[in-house]
Design a protein around this ligand. Sequence first.
Ligand code: SAH
Ligand code: DHB
Ligand code: MG
Length: 236
Amino acid sequence: MTDPKWSTVDAYFESKLFRADPVLEACLRSSREAGLPEIQVSPVQGRLLELIAGAANARRILEIGTLGGYSAICLARALPEDGRLVTLEIEQKHAEVARTNIERAGLGAMVEIRLGPALETLPKLLAERAGPFDLAFLDADRPNNRAYLEWALRLTHPGSLIIVDNVVRGGEVADPAQRDPRVAGVREMIDAVAAESRLRATAVQTVGNKGYDGFLLARVQAPEPKPKARRAANDR
Ligand code: SAH
Ligand code: DHB
Ligand code: MG
């Protein structure tokens, strides 16, 4: 139930702020033609991801959940020439469509798509020392959000950003009557963020083409310095 007003406002900002973007348009067209679910980030959200990655000077980006490569293209556009984005996808068909879309965007050399369940690929990335990543975008199956957060913490460094999509979903997250395991996965992830002293976080609610939803944004902090051992004099 998306209020048509929200989509109208998205369309207004797209018409004012965005130039024609044949690369992203072709990405959407080919994803639709291949029968992929139309659940990629919206154009204004994709531009937000690009701006955040750019402002963070991200050189290495990790994405979980590639779909047709729309958000990967947005994020990779912020990378410097020697930058790198690794994106994890479980569905071979999605990965193939994404590969074509990313090649067409001219980003093929920067972007690596890793096929398989993310929870199998993430330990491999750690073993290969593929990180540390400056930005991680978590946008796959929500029941695994908490586990993805933990892997993102292992694969990032102080100063990195972790962004999680779909944390609001029409307000479900804060509805005590909502018992869906996907929502439970989001709440467990949020509880883990809350309990993690290394993370400073916020959440932004979004409305628009994607309905009422939101992103969690967290920055990895430097570890708190250990309190200095009290000098013996103070103990007297
Ligand atoms: N980030 C994309 C949208 C991702 S949709 C964009 O905005 O353009 C979620 C994707 O996660 C789907 O393609 C789905 O196949 C994938 N996915 C679901 N479970 C997964 C898992 N366990 N490991 C890796 N990918 C998974
Ligand atoms: C769904 C998944 C997403 O990542 C998203 O942004 C929107 C919808 C879904 O599974 O329905
Ligand atoms: Mg999403």
